[in-house]
Design a binder for this molecule. Structure first.
Ligand code: HEC
Length: 458
């Protein structure tokens, strides 16, 4: 009996060794080189951000650069910090997900062990073509965002930015795309569309273009006033949420024909919420970002709709958003779907105390539809996750979102030391207040939706 146990352990150990040597079952080259093995991994998975002009601060394109970061690359990929993709790929899969397989990581590790050799020059793959000025094509209209000066030494800035426009007539658009001027300082953008009835607003260009959302800017409503958002009579126009979103490495999403799209009123404005500029430790820099609009001859015949759970949502965060110091607090939100829907994208949202996030739907019969699991919440990477195919959620299902907040000193992102009571302050966008949101974009279900691919149309 004892012998048998030993034998089993021995077999397991040998198997583990073999797996290690083979890099998870795939054979490893005797010597890993940059040109033959490492460059293909870096170009396919990292260079979109780590290249000259990309969103990261250093490039991983040349041999010299890759070599300089070889140890760091092996470390961050093994720990799955890079490429940034907080969603668990074993739970659900999304369009454009960047997740390294075990062999890629093993190659980066073995390259370090092998002494980071360059390899034969003629084996270096061509660098992929990275789009410039648009991720999808040639836009029909380009609206500049007011340039913003970020002085040397400035810390994080959160801005509310108005980008007004006037067209000759009401128009349709298939895609509205945000393009950062300086990809390495524009952190992320989530923008809505302000839709005016032309007769009720004389001048869409009046008012400030930029309000800093920090310190003295008391409320959102005051900021809206300064931006001149209200109609002439002081009432508020319609706000369509989340029409333009940007995060480094994420492409604008153009859906298959007939799906999605927008009605652009003759007079309108884009309202970029929470436009986030990171720390600038270099010289003064001016960012000139812009918005691309792709017109569409057709009205959106299946306009994308949206609801959200949690803060400002159709159902509240429960039990509440009082996150006491030195506690770990779970919060949830539940929403019963009134009609059959087809989900396109989802966007979990929390701030700095976020620890983990999970969402799923419970069908009336009891089955679970998985939506997303984020085991390690990362404030910096809050994607709008697009499903590869639309996900049908039948009427009567309960969508459940669960978030966990860590307001202890163990949370390295905790903005307060010692920890303080943190609340949602009625939906403040300040990163040091908290939010709990799960945004769902969808269309009313039609038979066959489950088979409609949402993979990127180029
Ligand atoms: C979506 C954009 C994006 C992708 C894709 C990406 N990175 Fe990064 N990476 C960043 C950003 C942003 C940072 C933060 C530092 C900075 O701004 O340069 C970073 C930081 C790093 C760091 C430094 C970590 C630290 O703690 O200082 C390493 C190493 C790294 N990335 C390696 C990689 C590797 C290897 C890949 C591909 C397997 C990759 N990255 C893919 C955006 C990206």
């Amino acid at each position: 009996m004892v012998l048998r146990r030993h034998f089993v352990v021995l077999v397991a150990a040998v198997a583990a060794l073999l797996v290690q040597a083979c890099g998870g079952g795939n054979s490893m080259p005797a010597t890993v080189t940059f040109t033959q093995h490492v460059a293909p991994v870096l170009y396919a998975n990292c260079a979109i951000c780590h290249r000259p002009g990309g969103s990261a601060h250093f490039s991983l394109v040349s041999y010299a650069d890759a070599r300089k970061y070889a140890v760091a690359n092996a470390y961050v990929t093994r720990r799955r910090i890079m490429p940034p993709w907080p969603a668990d790929p074993h739970y659900t899969q999304f369009v454009g997900q960047r997740v390294l397989d075990e062999r890629d990581i093993a190659l980066l590790e073995k390259w370090v062990k092998d002494g980071t050799p360059e390899g034969p020059a003629d084996k270096l793959p061509a660098l992929p073509q990275f789009p410039f000025g648009s991720q999808v094509g040639t836009p029909d209209m380009r609206i500049p965002v007011q340039p913003y000066l970020l002085p040397a030494g400035s810390t994080d800035k959160f801005l509310l930015v108005k980008v007004p426009y006037e067209l000759p007539a009401d128009t349709f658009a298939s895609l509205i795309e945000f393009i950062p001027g300086r990809a390495n300082i524009v952190h992320h953008v989530n923008g809505d569309m302000v839709k005016y009835e032309a007769a009720r607003k004389t001048d869409v260009f009046a008012g400030d273009r930029i309000v800093e959302m920090a310190g003295d800017t008391a409320t959102l409503l005051q900021a809206y006033q300064r931006l001149g958002l209200p109609n002439d009579d002081g009432s508020y126009p319609v706000l369509q949420k989340s029409v333009v979103n940007y995060l480094p490495g994420v492409y604008g999403q153009r859906y298959p024909d007939g799906l999605g799209g927008y009605r652009l009123p003759r007079k309108g404005a884009f309202l970029l919420n929470d436009m986030h500029y990171g720390f600038n430790n270099k010289a003064d820099v001016t960012d000139s970002s812009y918005i691309n609009i792709f017109f569409s001859p057709l009205p959106p015949n299946r306009p994308v709709q949206e609801f959200q759970l949690g803060t400002w949502g159709v159902v509240p965060a429960e039990p509440d958003m009082q996150i006491l110091p030195n506690t770990i607090k779970p919060v949830y939100s539940r929403y019963t779907v009134p009609a059959d829907i087809s989900i396109l994208t989802i966007n979990p949202h929390m701030h700095l105390l976020g620890k983990s996030f999970k969402a799923y739907a419970l069908k009336p019969g009891g089955d679970t539809i998985r939506l997303i699991s984020i085991p390690r919440w990362d404030f910096n990477w809050q994607y709008f996750y697009t499903f590869k195919k639309m996900v049908k959620v039948p009427a009567g299902s309960i969508i459940v979102a669960e978030g966990v907040y860590d307001n202890t000193t163990a949370n390295l992102n905790n903005p307060f030391s010692p920890p303080r009571l943190v609340t949602d302050q009625n939906g403040s966008m300040k990163a040091t207040d908290e939010m709990f949101q799960f945004i769902v974009t969808y269309v009313p279900y039609q038979p066959g939706d489950e088979e409609v691919s949402l993979e990127r149309k180029r």
